[in-house]
Design a protein around this ligand. Structure first.
Ligand SMILES: Nc1ncnc2c1ncn2[C@@H]1O[C@H](COP(=O)(O)OP(=O)(O)O)[C@@H](O)[C@H]1O
Ligand SMILES: [Mg+2]
Length: 413
């Protein structure tokens, strides 16, 4: 029996852990939180902060039984994975230096741009003036972001009337390591449709089977904060793309350059992409890891029938997976949406989930919990729940969503 080391056992990691167990693997889970949902599911659990290289190193020194592969589901720790893989003599797609670089948005953009990847114009920010000068040169709006955080933390849409003093302060608060130079950066905001992608890399070839339109309809009310509310699969086809082959080829052209830039071996790459109205593909960022949330675990398999997570686990164990069935196809229309708290204060009184076929729920709150404690960062909205619905046709999927919204009751007092 092979052993898989899983870094992170939170709610978003549960599906990955279950998949590993289905493959007959012996699972060892690490997380700082021993009460995390996945901690009770893995075969062995150890309390380790997986974001802390020293903590993980200490665990690896102490653990003596053989480990055949190491993986993280949606946790942004490619450097820790590269380090652990090297120490365990297991496989990982990036070497430690490149993995570390991939986590710094500024350094990564420099590398991508040097390798001909189409990224938005960008600049380092050391002072308020840097933001103003950049915006005057490239035009508003621009995006200000910490170089070393994720999940939209500290990412702000800066328009002409945004208070730059406040923005600089706010974004700076989400910098993890203030000794980085720069620790903030600014980019031209590329308007167009926003896409999430997820691909498998085998022998330098890309197999992009995860494609989702991202839903930013909340942006109008949440800006300058950028709050995404789920996505839709398959993405719409807009000109100039005549079919999914066209769209995927255009996306893969840019992603392949990113794979080369990072000298990535077999593994996964996820992309944040904007397609402007002329059909140009812009890379906002890439990450050499599995997506968080429900994208790789539920949305892609429901949309295409492809067990994406299984492929990723196979690569971690064997350095490769078969690519035969990695062809984009549409089996279902899929939608992910979140339910946010309408108020900033209050207590969750009751949660009632309807029993409906073709719907999965992910609950982020508990009965009795206060809304303010759910705030992960200074977003105006706290996420209470996510739902994924699917159907053979778009109309079927919308019918399921209607039933979900009719049956779902979250009472907040
Ligand atoms: N230059 C940009 N143009 C358009 N949208 C952007 C740009 N930069 C960021 N965004 C939006 O903000 C989101 C978060 O920014 P990103 O750089 O991906 O940071 P994070 O690591 O927090 O995901 C992106 O997914 C995208 O929707
Ligand atoms: Mg991103």
């Amino acid at each position: 029996m092979k052993t898989l080391l899983i870094l992170g056992t939170g709610t978003d990691q549960v599906e990955g852990i279950i998949e590993a167990k289905k493959l007959g693997l012996y699972t060892i889970g690490l997380d700082w939180n021993e009460k995390s949902e996945g901690a009770g599911i893995v075969d062995e659990f150890y309390k380790v902060n997986v974001k802390d290289l020293k903590d993980v190193a200490q665990f690896l020194d102490f653990y003596s039984k053989p480990i055949h592969g190491v993986i993280a589901f949606g946790v942004d720790i490619p450097d820790v994975l590269a380090f652990a893989a090297e120490k365990l003599n297991c496989y990982f797609q990036l070497d430690f230096e490149k993995a570390k670089l991939s986590k710094n948005k500024y350094e990564a953009k420099k590398l991508l741009s040097e390798n001909g990847v189409k990224v938005p114009p960008f600049a380092p920010v050391f002072s308020l003036e840097d933001i103003v000068l950049f915006a005057e040169k490239h035009g508003y709006p621009v995006v200000l972001k910490p170089v070393d955080n994720s999940g939209s933390r500290g990412v702000l849409l800066i328009e002409e009337d945004t208070n730059i003093n406040w923005a600089f302060e706010h974004s700076s608060r989400f910098v993890r390591d203030r000794s980085l130079k720069p620790f903030l950066m600014v980019e031209k905001f590329i308007s167009g449709r926003q896409l999430s992608t997820e691909s498998i890399i085998i022998d330098g070839r890309l197999f992009t089977v995860g494609l989702s339109d991202r839903n930013y309809e909340l942006l109008k009310e949440t800006k300058p904060f950028i709050v995404e509310n789920g996505g839709d699969l398959p993405p719409r086809l807009t000109t100039p793309f005549k079919g999914y082959d066209d769209l995927i080829a255009a996306v893969d052209q840019e992603l392949s350059k990113a794979v080369k830039a990072f000298s990535s071996g077999n593994g996964t790459i996820k992309g944040d992409i904007v397609i402007d109205e002329d059909g140009n593909v812009w890379i906002i960022e890439v990450a050499f890891r599995l997506s968080g949330g429900l994208f790789s675990t539920i949305e892609i398999p429901k949309n295409t029938g492809i067990n994406f997570i299984r492929k990723a686990i196979e690569i971690q164990l064997d350095g490769r997976c078969s690519a035969e069935d990695l062809c984009y196809r549409i089996e279902n229309f899929v939608r992910l949406r979140y339910i946010f708290a309408e108020k900033e204060e209050g207590v969750v009184k009751s949660i009632r989930l309807p029993q409906i076929d073709n719907a999965i729920f992910k609950v982020y709150c508990k009965e009795g919990e206060s809304i303010s404690s759910l705030k992960i960062f200074e977003l105006p909205k706290s996420k209470l729940l996510g739902y994924v619905v699917w159907g053979k046709t778009e109309q079927d999927m919308l019918n399921v969503e209607r039933q979900v919204l009719e049956g779902l009751k979250i009472e907040v007092s």
